[in-house]
Structure formats: C-alpha cells, structure tokens
Design a protein around this ligand. Sequence first.
Ligand code: B1M
Length: 636
Amino acid sequence: MTHRQRLLAAVRGDMPDHLPYAPRIDLWFNANSLNGTLPQRHRGRTRDEIALSEGWALHKVVADHLHQPDPDAMLHRALGVHYMKEYVAHFTFTDRIKIDVQREGNRTRIRYTTAKGSITTSTVYSQEMRRSGTSVPWIEEHAVKTPYDLKVLAGIFENMDVVANYEAFKAHQAEVGENGLPVTAFTVAAGPVHHIQKYFLDATEFFHYYRDHQPEILYLADVLAPLYEKALRVVAGSPAEVIQWGSNFDDMLTFAPMFAKHFVPWIRKAKEVLSPIGIRILCHTDGENRGLMDLLHESGMDVAEAVCPAPMTKVSIQEYYRRWSDRITIFGGVPSNLLLPQLTPEKDFQDFMDGLFSGIGAGARFILGVADTTPPDADFERLVRIGDMVREKGRLPLQAGAFNPVGTATAAEVLAKREPAAPVSQDTRFTKIRQAVLDGQEQELIGQVQELLQQKVAPKDIIDLGMVAAMESLNQAFKDGTVFIPEVLAAARAMNAAVLFLEPHLAEKDKRAGGKILIGTVKGDLHDIGKNMVATMLRGVGFNVVDLGISVAADAFVRKVAEERPQVLALSALLTTTMPEMGKVIGALTRVGSRETVKVIVGGAPVNQNFANDIGADGYAKDAAEAIDLVRSLIG
Ligand code: B1M
C-alpha cells in the first residue's frame, strides 16, 4: 500500500497492511531551518523531503501557512477568513464592506466598515515568532471590544459569501500524490459559536461574553450559520476526502455543556452532509479531553487528530483506544514531551512506546503521530526510532491485546448533569453573599455587602466567611467538573469588585492582607488563558495582582519586580520550549541582587514540582486553586 492508501484505510476504519506513521514536523522544521540547526544529513532539504527520506507519510492536516500562492492568505485571520490552497471553500467579502489595511513592520491593522459601523483588528507576526517555528500571526487586537461589536460583525458577515477553491486544492492533492492524505478545511472552528470563540474575542474574554452576552453571541452565530451551511455544500462538491472540523478541543476551553450545545450539532451536521459523499470528518483534539470523552465519541467525528495522551494529559493512550476506536480513528498518540530527553528519560520513552504498541489492540483505526507537533528542540532521532519501531513491529493486525469499548453518555445527559455548587458554611448571615458569588452577580454581591456592613458585620468576616468560602466551594466544584470556566471567572470577577468596594472599610491590618503579586507568561509563549485564570482567582481572594501579559522577557520581569516590589512573582509557561525561560528569570533576578526580595512561583501544563526545584523556584502550583494556597503559604 502507498502512504495515502494506508492513511485512507485507517481513516475509513479498514485495516491497512501496516501501521501508518505521519509525524507532524512543521514547527520543528521552521525553527531549525531558520536557525541553521537541522540535522546534518537533512540540511538543504524541504520538510516533505525530510519526512519522505525517513520513510514517513506526509502530515498534511494543517495548512502550510508559510507557502501560499496568495501573499495575503492570512490577512483576515482575526475574522477567521483564510485564503489557503488547502481550503476548498473560501469566505469572500462583498464591496459593501470597506476594508482599510495598514502595515507597520510586523503588525497589520485592519478597519472593516459596513452600514452597521466599524471594527478594528490587529495581528502580529514577529521575528521571534518565526524563529520559534510559529507560522500563524498572533491576534493582538480582537474584533470584539464591546458587545456592540458583535452586531457590527454580524453586519460584516451578512455581507460575505462562500466560493469554491477546487483548482488550488486539486493542485495540492496532485503535489502530495501517494505520499500523504491532504485534509481540507475552510476555518478551524467546529461551527459558528466556536468561530466566535476562536477568532473574535480574547480567549479569556470569550468566557465572560458567553455568560453575560449570550443573546448577542447567538445572534452572530445565527448570521454565521448560513455561511457555514453553504461552505459545507461547497465541500460536498469538492474532491476532498477528509475535512478538518474544529481544533483545540479541550475540556476547559470547549467545556462540556457548551460543546454539547454548540459543537456536537455542527459536527453532526457536517457528518450528515459529507458522509453520504464519503468525505470524513477530522477534529484536532489536542487538548485535555478527560471531560469530553463521551461527547466526542458520540459527536459523529471520524478521526480524532493530534490526540495528546498522558503523561501530558489525564487520558492514557490505552484508554483513548479502548473508548474510541470502535468508531473513531485515533491520529497522534505520542505526546510531544516524549521527544524531549530533558523531560522524558530514555527508559520512560521506551516504556511509553511499548505500552502504546500493546495498548492499541490489533491496530485498526490508528495513525501514529505526534501531538500536537514536534517541538523545535525535540530529539529528532527519537522520531526516527519510532519510525523504526513501526517498520519492525507495525505489520497489521498487531499481535497484541484486545479492547473493550465502553458505553457513552448522550449530549442531553451531559447538559442535565450540571448542578450549582453548594455553599459550605452554615453561617446563615452569609447565605446571600455566598449565593451572589456563586452566581457571579457583581451588583447583587455589592448590595449584600452593603447590607451586612449596615448590620455591623466585620468586613473581614464578610470576605473570609462569605466570599472566600463560596469561592473555595466553587473551586472544588470546578475540579469535580460540575462547574465550568465561565462561572468561575464570573465569580472571581464579582468577588474582585466586592473586595475593592470593601477595602476602605477594612481595618488597616486586614487591608490587602494578601499583598502584591506580579504575574506573566514567559518569553516566546503566547498562551494566556491559564495565567488569566490564576490572576483572576488571586484577585478574587483579595490579592493585588499586576498582570504583565504574554511573552514577557526575563529583563522585563526583573524591571517590573524593581518597580512594583511584589511579594510574589508568578510565572506561567505552556510550551516545553519556553519552560527554560522560567530559569532565566530566576537567574536574572539573582544577577541584579533581587532574588531575595521576591518569592518566585511557577505553573502551567508542562511544569511540575521537580522542574520548579531544579530551577530554584519557591513553589509550583498545578492550578489556580493551588496557586492561591501556595501564595498564602509563602507570604503568610
Ligand atoms: Co497551544 N499548545 N500552541 N495553543 N495549546 C498546547 C499547550 C499543547 C500542549 C498542545 C498539544 O501538544 N497537545 C502544545 C504544547 C506542546 C509542548 O510544548 N510540549 C501546544 C502547541 C505546540 C502550540 C503551538 C506551538 C502550535 C503551533 O503553532 N503549531 C502554538 C504556540 C504559540 C506560542 O505560544 N508561541 C500554540 C498556539 C495555541 C493557540 C493560540 C491556538 C491557543 C492559545 C490561546 C491563548 O492562550 N490565548 C492554544 C491552546 C488553546 C492550547 C491548548 C489546547 C489549551 C491550553 C489552555 O488554555 N488550557 C493546549 C493543550 C493542553 O494544554 N493540553 C495547547 C486551559 C487552561 C485553563 O489551562 O493553561 O494549563 P492551563 O492553565 C492551568 C494550569 O496549567 C495552571 O492553572 C491553570 C488553571 O487551572 N497554570 C498556572 C497556568 N499558569 C499558571 C501559573 C501559575 C500557577 C498555575 O503561577 C505560579
């Protein structure tokens, strides 16, 4: 079989002759070719030439953003409009939309104007991003700054259309030939609400809007829906065999009730339209999927791509295979940390691979790959060795164990499952306060606080026995999966406002008892959702938090420590490649003699206690709730 036939067989649920292996190497290639650090034997080769010379199938799921016939292919990224050769359907603007583009260095600002008003966006693609291998511009200024912007966006999309882009895709298919299976798309959202979440709003702000302005969100989603439906019809008439439908599925970001309500119906719709023509649905499920396992299983998707199992997430590859492979093809399976010897010693790497081979039954419905992608500093030879293992023991059916798929919950069950978190304390004076925190009702909360102040209740008790107690029970419910991110952020926001309101009433000794925290995501890292959550929750319990944002350089942290004089510096990193920056910050603080003035704590998905110890941090927190406890313990 050719690579293409093998991949297609796995996608369709047929048994290929051999386990397909298609590691994604774009980020690794971009960074190493720009920095002149490709392995000697591959110098001068393209990404595809490297993969083919190693005997691997080409990974052709994600569009090659750097090599597009249209130089402006990514110009309208902040609207989720991309002109990729890999996309068989393109959104188009009509002349009723006025577009002003301004370019300044690495930054592109755009103003879109229609009869309903105008919105502005700005994207950045810096040299630093290029060197780290990133090929997609960063949305620096999102389209939605106020709820009214959602209406303006509706005005824009009412004046847009969808057209076919078959010829460019056919040329792409011809170029890939038998070496891979080209996947198409037209956005990487799984329907209109996901489109709004992915492109139009800052990642954290989306959760506030989803909770506070849902009618406006749904109105805009209704405007996007006919375009998505038309795009599906265009895809149906195309020569594509697989379409990517949605990306970055994660049980916190695309939390279960929202997923059930707004994502599953669109995955099913795509399936309904495309399945009769034989086009398969692929979803980029690269996040933590523990809380979405059953929903994804029943969603109708054919391929779960970029599957990132434990130890990087909570679901093992064996569990993925056992629960999904009766109807979903699993594409991925090797978490990128496995390729980094500094994080995964040789023996663990070998054990993981042995476990993977014996945990995927006979090997049907499996495409081996790296989730989400090979990091720039990966040990390339590990990728090569996985290829060797596939060659040696990948003949199908594999001679290993069996699997036993489990039953699934329905979307309706997931929606019905949610229960409000119960207040913990029995002190009835604070019942209404606690409820207002749990409901995230800022005005109601401040009203209740005023009432208790009139009744001469001590302000500190209002905070500790009322608000903090409620927040703690909410945190527990969040950990248990019965409450989701919008509720937690809203509760923390309401509490933050109430703490500020209470401050003048607090006795001097109780004021800002928490002290000052400086927080930021380290240089090269643009992930900010987790960091924002930690910041909001710390504010919520009364700390004074100064947020330095994303991609903050070590010297900027040092400068700010000198200026702000915080008790704690909290560093966040989501990429294994940016984790070493945390050590650099500590080193820089030591060099200027400030290390002893501030406690440094670290967190983020790839970080752990060992790493914190290694770099000499004062503490590590797994999540926002732990960060609160840690800060409290460090500064009394
Ligand atoms: Co990215 N991404 N991403 N991504 N992304 C990950 C992190 C990844 C694990 C996906 C995967 O492989 N399965 C992977 C990293 C792999 C690795 O390094 N080994 C990855 C990659 C590879 C990338 C790109 C390189 C992809 C590419 O270009 N090909 C690129 C890098 C861009 C860059 O930073 N230079 C990239 C881009 C993006 C998006 C822009 C699309 C988006 C980010 C949007 C944003 O943040 N504004 C994104 C997303 C959404 C993810 C996943 C899917 C979800 C991250 C998230 O927000 N989770 C993620 C998959 C995953 O993590 N499993 C992934 C929800 C959030 C609430 O949790 O951030 O973990 P988290 O925060 C938690 C705790 O970690 C802790 O508390 C929080 C709340 O409980 N915590 C702290 C966090 N910071 C703390 C600080 C503290 C204490 C606790 O202070 C002491």
